[in-house]
Design a protein around this ligand. Structure first.
Ligand code: IPE
Ligand code: IPE
Ligand code: MG
Ligand code: MG
Ligand code: MG
Length: 323
């Protein structure tokens, strides 16, 4: 039976202290994540600005139309989850946030490129992204392809300048984004359209097309802090579980996001006959599996103790978000 709420001296009902503390902590964590996302926005603006007069270009700038298309997608908003994970992983491993800024920007550039190409008519054929017309709608298809190519390639220009472990970071991100990772997963995703892949294959698609970039996000953060093998291994487990949970939840939102907050439309997966967790397990089954994976992500953070609190909150957010 629930205990009755205590009454204060004035007779007003008060919330139990434990719940108050938890709520305060949650609000603080949400505020830290918001603050980090705002930092990422600022750094992305600066990074694009620097591309105009990057020393290696010998004073030659990219074409204005190309930069405008890259900026259209990169600066359109977005949750900035991957760069925030990168920065918070750096902090959890004992580093300073600014040490991770270049890596964080590189991750968001790769992620944004993947969205531009994912939305193309030859792929998911979407008109809306981050609440705005997709890159090929705002510009044209050829420009959108090139804007994606530009963001992907320039991301490595940025990452090569990371202050710590640049070569290991470049290797990690290239392996996560390329044919072994995200691009491979996107191919599998297309091949699975109209199919009913076995559970194990479906999991492999989600782990590659989305999970690998989350792994890179947490691992790059650790590398920015000079983390040791044990911490890097923990961050790898965290990123993999979180990335998987994130994509399963994305499948759920594609069905239930009636708020329009996602800024990318709904019911797209069904239209394209996509192999998703909702299709295989139903809405409740998919929700359950996403929460289970988020629990695994939180569990992996044990070696970081209290320093892992924001990363844990991000894992919970991934499967509670409404967009
Ligand atoms: C969308 O990613 C693509 C997936 C991998 C599901 P996000 O939901 O992180 O998109 P933004 O960055 O917030 O726009
Ligand atoms: C995209 O998955 C994964 C990427 C690598 C971009 P989705 O196709 O489900 O992403 P949304 O729903 O369009 O954002
Ligand atoms: Mg897709
Ligand atoms: Mg898509
Ligand atoms: Mg989706």
């Amino acid at each position: 039976m629930q205990k009755p709420r205590r009454a204060s001296k004035t007779g007003k009902k008060t919330k139990p202290a434990a719940r108050r503390v938890t709520r305060t902590r949650t609000v603080n964590l949400q505020a830290s994540v918001k603050m980090r996302a705002a930092q990422v926005d600022r750094e992305l603006g600066r990074t694009l600005g620097r591309l105009r007069d990057f020393p290696a270009h010998g004073g030659v700038s990219p074409p204005t139309r190309l930069l405008a298309a890259m900026a259209h997608s990169l600066l359109a908003g977005g949750k900035r989850l991957r760069p925030v994970i990168c920065i918070e992983s750096c902090v959890a491993a004992g580093g300073h946030a600014p040490a991770a800024f270049r890596s964080a920007c590189a991750l968001e550039m790769v992620h944004t490129y993947s969205l531009i190409h994912d939305d193309l008519p030859a792929m998911d054929d979407d008109d809306l992204r981050r609440g705005q017309p997709t890159c090929h709608k705002a510009f044209d298809e050829a420009t959108a392809i090139l804007a994606g190519d530009g963001l992907l390639t320039d991301a490595f220009l940025v990452l090569a300048q990371a202050p710590r472990n640049p070569l290991r970071q470049v290797t990690e991100l290239a392996a996560a984004a390329g044919s072994f990772g995200m691009v491979g997963g996107q191919m599998d995703d297309i091949l699975a359209e109209g199919q009913d892949p076995a559970q194990v294959e479906l999991e492999a698609i989600h782990r590659r097309k989305t999970g690998r970039l989350f792994v890179a996000s947490s691992v790059l953060g650790g590398l920015c802090a000079g983390a040791g093998d044990r911490e890097i291994a923990a961050l790898r487990t965290y990123g993999a579980a979180l990335g998987f949970a994130f994509q399963v939840w994305d499948d759920v939102l594609d069905v239930v996001d009636t708020t329009g907050k996602g800024g990318k439309g709904v019911g797209r997966d069904e239209k394209h006959d996509k192999a998703t967790y909702v299709r295989r397990h139903g809405l409740d089954g998919a929700r359950f599996l996403a929460h289970q994976a988020a629990d695994r992500a939180v569990h992996a953070l044990k070696p970081f103790g209290k320093r892992g609190a924001v990363l844990a909150a991000l894992a919970r957010y991934a499967v509670e978000r409404d967009h």
